[in-house]
Ligand binder design. Structure first.
Ligand code: ZN
Length: 191
């Protein structure tokens, strides 16, 4: 109780330039179809039918503000630890990167707070960076638990692509989006 109170007080003192707050419920791993375009659900059903086994949906619609929160926490965490922080999916031309000049004097509590965010969102050094702009915010993307076995995984990506669900972000295994909404020529079998 006391600890929780301290945490709340500390949180209210934290103001990190570039950090985007998120006060709503953590949308992961809740499945919210309400913000999805109408084509998405039927495509996932097609995928499941063709795959022949139940698919485990992990995430569908995710508010863009949540994406911005995730991205900002990741960038500050990377910068704090001396790593690059501008890479990631749809980051070309992205103008909302953190400004290191503004955060060079982070306090001990600021750093602790960002470390706790990194832990909460399971950031790790070689993990896929949160996208700068996410297709989940557009309602055209779905995350599905991938098969662990590599051969099965490849097959699964093929089946998804065959129904029009595009697997296009290298390293982001659960992620598909509707091919029709993506730029022409997108590689839908990126592993
Ligand atoms: Zn995704």
């Amino acid at each position: 109780m006391f600890k929780a109170l301290i945490a709340t007080v500390l949180l209210s003192l934290i103001s990190i330039p570039g950090y985007v707050e998120w006060n709503g419920p953590d949308p992961y791993p809740r499945v919210d179809w309400s913000g999805a375009v109408s084509e998405l659900y039927p495509l996932v059903l097609d995928f499941e039918k063709k795959w022949g086994k139940p698919l485990y949906i992990r995430q569908v619609y995710r508010p863009s503000e949540y994406g911005a929160h995730l991205r900002s926490a990741w960038e500050i965490w990377r910068w704090m630890n001396g790593y690059s922080y501008t890479e990631g999916y749809l980051c070309e031309g992205f103008e909302n990167h953190i400004d290191p000049e503004k955060i060079k004097n982070l306090s001990y509590f600021d750093r602790k707070f960002i470390e706790s965010e990194a832990k909460k969102h399971a950031f790790w050094n070689w993990g896929t960076p949160p996208a700068c702009r996410s297709d989940h915010g557009l309602g055209i993307a779905v995350d599905i638990t991938p098969p662990k076995d590599w051969v099965q995984y490849k097959k699964w990506v093929d089946v998804g692509a065959s129904v029009g669900l595009c697997h296009y972000i290298v390293g982001d295994r659960p992620h598909f989006a509707i091919a029709e909404y993506l730029p022409e020529g997108t590689d839908c079998k990126a592993l």
